[in-house]
Design a binder for this molecule. Structure first.
Ligand code: ADP
Ligand code: ZN
Length: 582
């Protein structure tokens, strides 16, 4: 059967179904329409038995003599109470009659929808399946603003200009500036990504549409895509707004090149629809799409390109200062007793997310309220602590032992110290022992703006910096206690070193041969040479790092100690520590 035939047959079935449904509806006794005043009179007279309240334009009911009536729905608050007082049965569900009517309509709609999908699947039918879709409603007048976000200052700063963009898009388009359409907030769960997205809408005073990536991933090809189009259509009608897509990874995962044959058609179509919509709207529409994910590295690159989600903002777990701010914020409207020391609490809640901190204070408040103790005491918080930690045990790292914290501190201190020693021109933007999405601990360095060619010296220095974490662990805790925490560092160090050996002819005995070319020409036996060469070089660099760290052990200790106390250090603090320990 050809596609054309299929579509014709399906259309005929739909028409038939609609006709039958229409006739059936028409044959049924229709309720009598009465005016609202008439209705009130009947209420007075006490002749009404039952009323079905709904939020439709009309409402239905039955008189005591059994006749059905229909009248305007005033949607008045308190109407239910008035009716109840008049001894009338009030049903907020739709009545049997309406229900069956609705049911039959739903069944019919479902059938039609199914047929449409079938048609779409079998042919290139242009019909949309979005009737099966969800209801997309914006949340108007968001009450959340930046004052509800504590401790994510960097992230708040990064999104601040978006608000100006939403409110005054002309200001930017006049200069031909293309403002970010899409922002991706990434970081562990509960760190306030949804909160921040809402705050953007709240600050800009525009409606907020929230959807979840998995809402779009459907079994039927094309449904997800049409939902995306529907969402943007509605957003455009509203005008300026913030669209928030939580768990964007559900629809924006890296395409795996089709392990299962053709790949995932539905997800691809949905993703393509999203990309098309995002490239489609004008710069001065004032629509901003904010997406959230726990992991940035699993997303399809197509999503991250300019004009799409081109701005990526990391929302990490809060450090001790941020935790204090979050705790203070969630204590604001709670009667906290004087015996509570928030600073101490901030110190004890390492690796807690904002959501866990909020949860902690809430549980404490519940305990205090249950006991009727007037204020929230330290003892209530202690009790709450165990509830929260137990509840999250599997999910988080609250239970990371002190020794792990210490190892991380020395590891990161090693990276930081070696950077300062071998490549002081590099800017260390942050050293932290708070785990980031990229793995345990964190150390970030801005390598100076790329020069056209990397010098051998720079490449070696970078390798030294990468090796320094593991090396510091070994010096402090001994060879037997080194951890798996350095795997990422070793991976990167190996890559750089291999490049030096096989591509850039930068080591002595490798000469100027290019390994890749040799390999392509079927010359494999030299591989062993390269391997030995690479290993030897790595060992030399490692022992160099080792002696540097040994010579400057006091500084290493000082950085590690500060990290254990402060958790995060910026470059100024780092310089201060080094100066003091020198
Ligand atoms: P995510 O979207 O990152 O999973 P949410 O935004 O849903 O996290 O956070 C859940 C709740 O945790 C928020 O509603 C808020 O009460 C609390 N919270 C999280 N981070 C913060 C923060 N930085 N400041 C204040 N409250 C926070
Ligand atoms: Zn490291």
């Amino acid at each position: 059967m050809s596609k054309k035939h299929k579509i014709i047959i399906i259309s005929v079935i739909i028409t038939l179904l609609l006709t039958i449904h229409g006739v059936w509806q028409w044959q049924k006794p229709k309720p009598e329409k009465i005016s609202y005043n008439q209705f009130l009179e009947e209420v007075e007279k006490g002749s009404i038995e039952k009323v079905f309240l709904s939020d439709e334009d009309t409402m239905q009911g039955t008189l005591k003599d059994g006749t059905k009536f229909l009248t305007d729905n005033p949607r008045k608050e308190g109407l239910k109470e008035e009716l109840l007082k008049a001894d009338i049965i009030v049903d907020e569900m739709k009545g049997q009659e309406i229900l069956s009517q609705a049911m039959s309509s739903i069944v019919l709609l479902g059938l039609v929808g199914l047929l449409l999908i079938l048609a779409k699947r079998s042919g290139k039918s242009q019909s949309r399946a979005s009737k099966v879709g969800m209801s997309i409603k914006p949340e108007e007048s968001i009450k959340v603003n930046f004052s509800n976000v504590a401790g994510n200052q960097e992230a708040v700063n990064s999104v601040e200009e978006l608000i100006d963009f939403i409110n005054n898009p002309e200001k930017y388009s006049k200069y031909g500036a293309r403002m970010p359409r899409g922002v991706i907030l990434y970081g562990p769960p509960g760190t306030g990504k949804t909160l921040l997205a809402k705050a953007i809408a709240g600050e800009a005073g525009v409606p907020f549409y929230a959807v979840t990536g998995s809402d779009f991933v459907q079994v039927y090809v094309g449904v997800g895509a049409s939902r995306v189009r529907e969402l943007f259509k509605k957003a455009r009608q509203v005008g300026k707004c913030v669209i928030f897509i939580d768990e964007i990874d559900a629809l924006g995962k890296k395409r795996d090149g089709g392990l299962d044959g053709g790949g995932n058609d539905e997800r691809d179509q949905t993703l393509n629809a999203l990309l098309a919509e995002m490239s489609g709207f004008d710069d001065n529409e004032g629509i901003v799409v904010v997406a959230a994910t726990n992991r940035l590295d699993t997303l399809d690159e197509a999503l991250l390109r300019p004009g799409r989600f081109d701005r990526h903002i990391e929302i990490g777990l809060p450090d001790v200062k941020a935790r204090l701010k979050i705790l203070a914020l969630h204590c604001k409207n709670k009667p906290i007793d004087q015996d509570v020391d928030l600073e101490k609490l901030a110190n004890q809640t390492v690796y807690f997310s904002g959501a866990q901190l909020e949860n902690l204070m809430n549980e404490a408040a519940i305990i205090a309220a249950r006991k009727g103790s007037g204020t929230i005491h330290q003892q209530h918080i202690d009790q709450a602590f165990y509830i929260v930690v137990a509840g999250y045990e599997k999910k988080d790292r609250s239970s990371i032992s002190e020794i792990d914290r210490k190892i991380t501190a020395y590891h990161e201190a090693g990276h930081a110290l070696i950077t300062k020693l071998v490549a002081p021109e590099n800017k260390v933007s942050k050293v932290t022992i708070i785990p980031s999405t990229k793995g345990a601990g964190g150390f970030s360095m801005n390598i100076p703006p790329s020069r056209m060619y990397a010098k051998k010296k720079d490449m070696e220095n970078n390798i030294k910096i990468m090796l320094a974490g593991r090396c510091a662990e070994e010096i402090i805790f001994g060879k037997d206690n080194i951890t798996t925490g350095a795997s990422n560092d070793l991976e990167k160090a190996t890559e750089v070193l291999l490049d030096m050996v096989r591509r850039f002819g930068m080591t002595d005995s490798s000469g100027l041969l290019n390994y890749d070319v040799l390999y392509r020409n079927g010359i494999r036996q030299v591989q062993d040479n390269f391997l030995d060469e690479a290993k030897k070089n790595l060992d030399i660099l490692y022992s160099c790092v080792r002696s540097l760290l040994m010579e400057n052990r006091e500084q290493l200790e000082a950085i590690a100690m500060s990290l254990l106390k402060e958790e995060t250090l910026d470059e100024d603090q780092l310089d201060q520590i080094l100066k003091r320990a020198a």
